[in-house]
Design a protein around this ligand. Sequence first.
Ligand SMILES: [Zn+2]
Length: 352
Amino acid sequence: MRFADIPGNENVKQAMINMARSGRVHHALLLYENEGCGALALGLAFLQYLNCQDRSEEDSCGQCHNCRQISRLTYPDMRFTFPITSGTKVSGAAKDLTCDDYAPLFRELVQKNPYFLENELSAALGIDKKSGLISVAEGRAIMQKLSLAPVTDGWRGIFVWLPEKMNQQTANMLLKSLEEPSEKTIFILITHNPESVLSTITSRCQGMRVMPLSKEDAAAVRKLSDIGDAPLYNDLFKSLIDSVIARDLQAALEVGEALASMDSREKQKAFCIFAGEGVRNLMLFGRGLESLADCGDDADWYRSAAAKLPAGFAESASAILGRTETMLERNVLAKILFCNLATRLYVIAGQR
Ligand SMILES: [Zn+2]
């Protein structure tokens, strides 16, 4: 992965290039993004730039041995940590599994699409009915990797995707390494919820904000990515809002049922995020800020729906969706959550 292959985020790329060229590489970077905006791709391009045997002022060469190995994710001095549990593709006691058990599946996904979303990773790993974690066993595996001498004489990259899924015990194991890593070792942490990352971790990292992609760049990236569920989420979201506007509780509950019966928790969370964007659009339309909304061909629908909803609906709905997403993380029964979501939206839509 070269910087040139990644759309947008020129400031982040330049900061990384400057760091590499000045030799003042911070040993732990915390990249935070809205999911799917390319933080992992940027991290990979950075490790490649650090290790390229023929880099220019702006980018790695993409051709040398190190570039090719890093592009293929076969470079021996890199390791990937991400949330896992046992599933349909890798079985065994969840507490004993490490990301090494999942490495081939992870590599395959990143090669296909480095902009993958959380639910796409869970699907690729075969754990999409469950919530993954970064366990103590995984913490031990990272420490083990760090205790071994590097294979190359280049930079070693330890990637942690979603450090917010790490418990205190695992984090404690890593703190010392994060603070004083071995020479030429860089941690690259990628979070979608910086406020949920333990402060003992964030305080040891240099934060870098990865910005959302422009519409054009997002469209280019999404072609790589299979987010075939977006039209379904859009239909469900609009049906839900239409039902509560029509004061049809039964219809709203039926949408809730459909959401509860989706085949994975990750898809349900993805719906909550999608619907969060939807209510943001409703708020923008409600305040006459249509030009800031991102709603594709649905402007007419949003305009009409926003006009029929009471003031403050979008703000309350946004909070309810956020809570639903959090409760999904905690494995609360989906049927209860989505029935509750439909009912609450029905109630707030009726408050004049
Ligand atoms: Zn190179």
